[in-house]
Design a protein. Sequence first.
Length: 339
Amino acid sequence: MIGNRYILDAREESIDENRLYQARDVLEEEKVFLKIINANRYIKKDFIENLIDISTTVNDLGNRYILKLKNIGIHYKDNGEYCYYMAYEYIDGVELSELIAGNYLHPEAIMNISVEILKALESIHSIDCGMHGMYDFGYHGSLKMNDIIVDKNYNVKIADFGITAANRGENIRAKGNYQYMSAPQICINYTDKESDLFAFGIILYEMIFKRRPFGTAKNEKDMLSRIDRGPDYRNIKVQKSYEKLVEIDKRLLSRKNKFKDCKEAIVELTGVLYQNTVETERIEVPENTSIIDLRLIENENKLIKEEQLRQMNRKIGVIKRSAAAMIIVAAILLAVGMY
């Protein structure tokens, strides 16, 4: 039991830090997502106190794409070591990293997920004030695939807002974090809104190609070297329906011609989303990379069209009922001689 309150649903032999696990809150008798962060030399002494303050502000935003933080605490292990735990609201979904582990995502699904990620970031970026005059918290600062929960309708909710800010702007360096860190974060512990757009660029690349743009770095020094060399777009060919996504991703990871903010990126993605109907083509990928299962894509398109048809039928039903009601009212008025 974690923090004398949370029991993990899955019987895991070991718990990976920095992952969201389904758990049971025995006090509130409800499901939650639970994350464990091992103590390390990068985490400040006032981390928990700061995170409580910041998470209250983040929760008050009421953004539908942000996973609400319900509880924070310290768990002491039998060996004398300790870790931090964060309990988040539960939704029925999977981590984005798990979602892309199977087949390639349809471009329309990628665009929907991307817009919702950016809307969550845009919400937090709107906060420009500092707390207690010590730090700003208008950014995520540690965005990664495992923070993003996706439901069956490709709607997202994102965890870990406020964690970097609570550490006075320094990334806490939990497991896997440096794979998504920007050069300023690695070099001088500087985090800002551009750090979030850079991390999102890495995530978008992963959704398109199922691999990271800089490969898998061994450590922070290696990651910095890979960032300096630039993302890997060599020998990569994509079908037309993915081309605009790749161009957007290049801007997100570029040193020049960057998006100035989330809003600009949202406008660009939304424009692509509402252009021509996305074709059911597969993406061409390099050797040794899995090929898209066309049957799944066709089925996904069929489901999307069926949902659109259901929504249209519901609207038509409302219109018909309204028209019928008006006819009945008119008949009553005629009967009593008011017409």
